[in-house]
Design a protein around this ligand. Structure first.
Ligand SMILES: Nc1ncnc2c1ncn2[C@@H]1O[C@H](COP(=O)(O)OP(=O)(O)OP(=O)(O)O)[C@@H](O)[C@H]1O
Ligand SMILES: [Mg+2]
Length: 510
């Protein structure tokens, strides 16, 4: 079999830090090649080098057996490469077709031929089974559809070798299955796929070959059929990791959060949450499951003061906070890990220490009066980096230089160290490697043992099953049902998530 991509001895340094240390990689034409490794192992860096976004400090790149210099992404695209990034880059005010052809508009003499662009988008969409409406405005679409558009963009530029960086991190299980069908379709047509993931079940289910990176070096490349999940964990982390359901005694604590008949609207003004009521008690983890777009995000936004409720109330320790500001809600004792770390979770331009300080600029010992004590901030930040396993040179490192998973750990370190009675935790392990996922799960259980009330929103059913005392399933803005965390099956959850309350024969749909 010929080689679609061959990397020989790629070295990439940032200052004195070696992110890729003489990495060799062979990707055969027509295969699905998975790349795995801990946060900061150098996966994104290696793909950015291949795609011409970074220039290597050493090594060679061959595409289809021919050595090339990938001076920039334009050169990569000309060589047949396409890349779907960890964070999407679409223009919300443009239509689907306009986004697909952005920067390579069809037309003549400065006039965009919208008809041609729509027709071409439709053709690609049909040929590759990526369902979209070319005339729809992108700003209103779900992340699953945004990703389809990113893939269509790559296809419209003629890519034959497609790189996807953590494509499933933002997808629901259903959307992930659809994506994998699409990827299989690509290789069936002779294309080659490279994808980065933290989910080993995905590696086992869809890849032909898997490469493990660790601390900037390649550990091994193996046919997927020859390895087990445990082998991969060992290669990635150097130890085994437990994913068992956690032991949990029922909570006997008092009610901390009480939500009554709560309603709110989405960005388009349509009802997103339609009359939900539930309590979360001290020392309890209540999970919220559901396919994305069924009101979970809006619910979290209302509870953190970022979106107004249109009806109903929520209280913390009996205090009505329905109309309170985010600041007041936080001061009352609510910590919030937002679902989208890039938009709201961190200030990328600032240091880790400055990010950990956020929200306590006038709280001793972080500050005396209005004067911030940076020595204390740095020392505390170092302690938290240790406890949450944030991999970086130190508390002064800029957040934008961190790998995706390490950014997420900074948000968790900040929020979990607040003295809050209620933790609102949205997708805490999105983009986080398996070793760190285990430590985040441990930390959630430690917070629970300390008597905190925790609302855990996750699209990952195994995470909810592992941690939650009770799981509420949201569908179309309603709570469809409540299941006990320690005995529920993924199938039962899947049914409720699809909006089916009875009739197990429809389970296959989910
Ligand atoms: N522009 C940069 N400046 C300084 N250091 C960087 C830069 N980009 C990446 N790094 C460092 O290089 C290492 C590898 O980062 P990379 O983003 O490749 O990791 P990754 O394997 O993709 O991790 P993740 O799973 O968290 O996305 C990290 O330690 C990161 O902090
Ligand atoms: Mg990465």
């Amino acid at each position: 079999m010929s080689h679609a991509v061959e990397l020989r001895g790629i070295v990439k340094r940032f200052g004195t830090f070696v992110a890729n240390d003489c990495v060799d990689l062979v990707v055969k034409a027509g295969e699905i090649h998975a790349i795995v490794g801990e946060n900061g192992a150098g996966k994104t860096t290696l793909m950015n080098v291949l795609f011409g976004l970074l220039q290597p400090d050493g090594g060679e790149i061959l595409i289809d057996g021919k050595p090339i210099v990938v001076a920039n992404p334009r050169a990569a695209i000309a060589a047949g490469l396409g890349m779907v990034h960890q964070h999407f880059k679409l223009v919300p005010s443009l239509t689907v077709a306009e986004n697909v052809f952005l920067g390579m508009e069809r037309g003549r003499a400065g006039f965009v031929d919208h008809k041609a662009q729509i027709a071409e988008t439709e053709r690609l969409s049909r040929d590759f089974g990526l369902k979209v409406d070319p005339t729809e405005q992108v700003g209103l679409l779900s992340v699953g559809i945004e990703q389809r558009i990113e893939i269509l963009k790559v296809l419209a530029r003629g890519a034959r070798i497609i790189i996807l960086d953590e494509p499933t991190a933002v997808l629901t299980p259903q959307e992930s299955r659809e994506l994998f069908q699409t990827l299989r379709g690509f290789v069936a047509q002779g294309m080659t796929v490279i994808f980065i993931t933290h989910h080993l079940e995905e590696v086992m289910a869809v890849s032909d070959t898997v490469t493990v990176l660790r601390l900037g070096r390649k550990v091994d490349t193996r046919p997927t059929a020859d390895v087990t999940k445990n082998d991969l964990v060992q290669m990635m982390v150097g130890r085994s990791v437990s994913f068992d359901r956690r032991q949990r005694e029922p909570s006997t604590g008092g009610t901390v959060l009480s939500v009554k008949d709560l309603w709110c609207r989405d960005d388009r003004g349509l009802p997103a949450v339609r009359g939900v009521s539930f309590d979360v008690r001290a020392g309890e983890v209540v999970g919220i499951a559901g396919v994305a777009g069924n009101g979970q995000t809006e619910l979290a936004e209302v509870l953190s003061g970022l979106r107004p409720a249109s009806h109903g109330t929520f209280r913390i320790h009996g205090e009505d906070l329905t109309a309170a500001s985010p600041r007041r809600i936080r001061d009352t004792g609510v910590a919030h890990v937002p679902g989208d770390r890039v938009v709201r979770g961190v200030d990328r331009q600032s240091s880790i220490a400055a990010n950990i300080l956020m929200g306590r600029q006038d709280t001793p010992p972080w500050a005396r009066g209005s004067l911030i004590d940076w020595a204390v901030v740095r020392e505390r930040s170092s302690e938290m980096m240790e406890r949450f396993d944030v991999r970086a040179s130190g508390p002064d490192a800029l957040v934008k230089s961190l790998s995706g998973g390490n950014m997420q750990k900074v948000v968790l370190a900040r929020e979990f160290s607040h003295d809050a009675d209620f933790l609102l935790v949205d997708q805490p392990t999105r983009g986080v490697d398996i070793g760190a996922t285990e430590s985040i799960h441990n930390e959630i259980m430690r917070q629970r043992a300390d008597g905190r009330a925790i609302l855990l929103i996750s699209v990952q059913l195994d995470e909810l099953i592992a941690l939650a005392d009770r799981i509420l399933v949201m569908f179309n803005g309603l709570i469809m049902g409540e299941l006990p965390g320690d005995s529920v099956s993924e199938e039962a959850l899947g049914l409720l998530m699809a909006g089916v309350q009875t009739g197990p024969d429809r389970a296959a749909v989910a």
